[in-house]
Structures are given as C-alpha cells and as structure tokens.
Design a protein around this ligand. Structure first.
Ligand code: SF4
Length: 250
C-alpha cells in the first residue's frame, strides 16, 4: 500500500497469474498482455520476507495451490540457503481466484448406458464438478482425490453426440486444447500433481484424430513419466465425424 493505494512496484515480482483481479473489491486491477521481464522468485522473496511470516506463508501456499512447482522449489531452496524457517503451507483449500472459477460439486446419480435410438429429451448432465478448464482447476480440490480422470480435448465434446452420457459418468473432467492454449507448462505441472497429490485412479485422454490434438496425449504421458507413482492411461481417438476411431490403454 503506497499513499493508501495498492501498487505493483516491480512487475518481476508478479507471476502474471491474475489471481488478485477477482479479489480486488473495487475492480481496479486489470491484466494486460505485453513483453515483460520474467518473474524472479528470489527477488520476490527478498521483498516479501521482511513483511512477516504470514505473508511468506501465504506466498508459499499460493505457489503450492497453483502447482507452481518450479517457483515453489526455488523458494524452498532460497529459504534453506538463508536458514529461514519454512512455515507450514500445505493446507488444502478449495479455491483462490476469481469467483467464476470457484469449484462447485455438482453431484448427481450416474446414468446408465443410453441406447443409440433413445429419445434425447429428459437427459441429465453427467458433469459432477466445476470448473473443468485445466488452467482453472486445482489439483488440490478434493473432488479429484482417487478419481477416474477424463482429460478431453476441447473439440471432442462438440464432435461427439454422446460425450456427456457415455464418457462422463463416473469421471472427473478437465479440458484443454494442446494447440491453442497458452502456458502449457502449467498443464504439465497440474497433471503431474493430479497423479502424485490427488492420486487419480485412472486417466482417459480423449483427443481428436487431427495431428495437432496428439499433443494432449503426449502431455499426459509426460506427466505420468514425471510423476512418482504409476497410473494407467487410456487413449480415445475421436474422428471429426464424431465417431470413436480407437480406444486403447497406452
Ligand atoms: S488441438 Fe485442434 S482438434 Fe484438438 S482441441 Fe485444439 S483445436 Fe481442437
């Protein structure tokens, strides 16, 4: 706070996440996209430690809850090097960020299989959690604990007639586009955390048959390689006509 106003005094101490935007009671904060010097974790800690233990704890908790593993490890290394005590920051919370991405548990009874010629009216959504976009979910959300996880490329649900009724029941969902989405290193960290921290039971990766979509399966496999525990991965390949071309454990 400077002269009664919150000011960002150095942009290299801002990780660009934008979590503060939804917290500002006056709606005074906006995020702009432009070239900037990279975020510097050590410099951030230099300025943050004098502000006290609660500030340091909140910062570490923020990194932990947003799966910022690289920055969190840099922070922990810094604290060890400076013989600074490390506060307990691994408290699980449901959400921090804008209200629109707040998790909601939409529990519903699972539907049985739907016959191909069944009438379409009266169908119930099988989505049981919110949010679903991979940038918005937190692997620390308890809904993911030991869940069967469906990682779906954005286009699949639109291409398929029965995505919701056939592939969603019994699963927790995350969606992403491996071609167009930004900051995909965050995706890798989150998927790794879903395997290691949430201990998901199985992963089903649903992608379109077009080559650009294969990146999502490779990302899931890379996360599985990075993780310290094993998880079975199934690939479901969807044609642009909405038909499943192939379904196999990989
Ligand atoms: S990679 Fe292509 S097909 Fe896959 S979700 Fe993105 S735009 Fe759709």
């Amino acid at each position: 706070m400077i002269d009664g106003k919150a000011r960002l005094v150095s942009e290299i101490t801002c990780d660009g996440l934008g979590a503060c935007v939804g917290e500002c009671p006056q709606g005074a904060i906006t995020v702009e996209t432009r070239e900037a010097a990279p975020y510097d974790e050590r410099l951030t800690l230099d300025g943050l430690i004098p502000k006290g233990e609660n500030t340091l704890k909140a910062h570490l908790k923020h990194l932990y809850e947003h799966s910022q593993t690289t920055f969190l490890n840099q922070a922990l290394d810094y604290l060890k090097e400076h013989n600074h005590p490390i506060p307990e920051f691994k408290e699980k919370t449901m959400h921090s960020g804008c209200p629109g991405s707040a998790p909601r548990n939409l529990s519903r009874p699972a539907a049985g299989p739907v016959a191909a010629d069944a009438p379409r009216d009266g169908l119930t959504s099988q989505l049981t959690q919110w949010p679903v976009q991979l940038h918005l979910i937190s692997p620390m959300n308890p809904v993911f604990e030991k869940a069967d996880l469906l990682i779906a490329a954005d286009c699949t649900a639109f291409a398929m007639a029965d995505f919701n009724q056939k592939y969603l029941p019994g699963k927790k969902l995350v969606i992403a586009c491996p071609k167009l989405d930004q900051n995909q290193e965050v995706y890798l960290d989150k998927l790794t955390a879903l395997i290691d921290e949430a201990q998901v039971n199985t992963i089903t990766v649903m992608i379109m048959e077009v080559p650009c979509c294969g990146g999502l399966l490779r990302m899931a496999q890379k996360a599985a390689e990075n993780a310290s525990r094993k998880v079975p991965i199934k690939a479901v390949i969807v044609g642009v006509d909405g038909e499943v071309r192939k379904e196999a454990w990989v």
